[in-house]
Design a binder for this molecule. Structure first.
Ligand SMILES: C[S@@+](CC[C@H](N)C(=O)[O-])C[C@H]1O[C@@H](n2cnc3c(N)ncnc32)[C@H](O)[C@@H]1O
Length: 189
């Protein structure tokens, strides 16, 4: 897909990260995967910041660890091999930024993917962890089995948030074929 002025959700996430995340902040990547978002977050929070990364697959954690250590960012990132639905077992302080990129690891076993149940459990906990002015971004994919149901559950939860506590935006192309991803952004007031 080519764009002239618009950008796709992956690039939108990067741009939002770039202009919102400041040195010294705390960020969480709830789906580490190939470690691309984790690495980018680590570059933005600087050496005094902290990034936590969750994934249930050794493969993802290993790939990310390697990328982070090559970039010299290993000390500022804590990689956790556990489901993001257990986020409250590891993180107790409020955080500035949380990102989810749902679905499966493109280069890995496509049967290992996020699920509606665990995503919702995690999202509820994550929303409670956001600092005032903190942001949460979540990209949903609907082309795989279970993806549409997961996206609808995420949207139902986000639509129900009190507008006095959160602002919620949806970014998506509405005339594209082949199930383009849908990005939701949540800002805690
Ligand atoms: C689309 S990939 C993430 C891609 C990643 N953002 C990147 O930059 O490469 C989704 C990841 O979510 C992971 N995942 C699935 N269920 C999970 C869960 N309950 N908790 C944490 N990660 C999970 C998968 O193992 C997979 O690596």
């Amino acid at each position: 897909m080519s764009y002239k002025h618009f950008i796709n959700p992956v690039e939108t996430v990067k741009r939002i990260m770039t202009y919102t995340i400041k040195e010294g902040q705390i960020a969480i990547d709830c789906t580490v995967g190939n470690g691309n978002d984790t690495l980018f977050l680590a570059s933005l929070v600087g050496e005094n910041g902290r990034v936590y990364g969750f994934d249930i697959q050794n493969q993802a954690i290993d790939i990310a660890r390697e990328k982070l250590s090559k970039a010299g960012f290993a000390k500022r990132v804590i990689l956790i091999k556990d489901g993001h639905e257990n986020i409250d077992k590891y993180i107790f302080d409020k955080v500035d930024f949380i990102v989810y990129n749902l679905g499966y690891l493109p280069s890995g076993d496509k049967s290992i993917k996020t699920t509606t149940f665990t995503t919702l459990k995690s999202l509820k906990k994550s929303l409670a962890l956001l600092k005032s002015s903190g942001l949460l971004l979540i990209t949903c994919y609907i082309g795989h089995e279970g993806g549409q149901e997961e996206k609808e559950a995420v949207e139902d939860l986000l639509i129900s948030l009190n507008q006095k506590e959160y602002n919620v935006l949806q970014f998506n192309f509405i005339n594209q074929k082949h199930n383009p991803p849908i990005l939701y952004g949540v800002e805690k007031l």
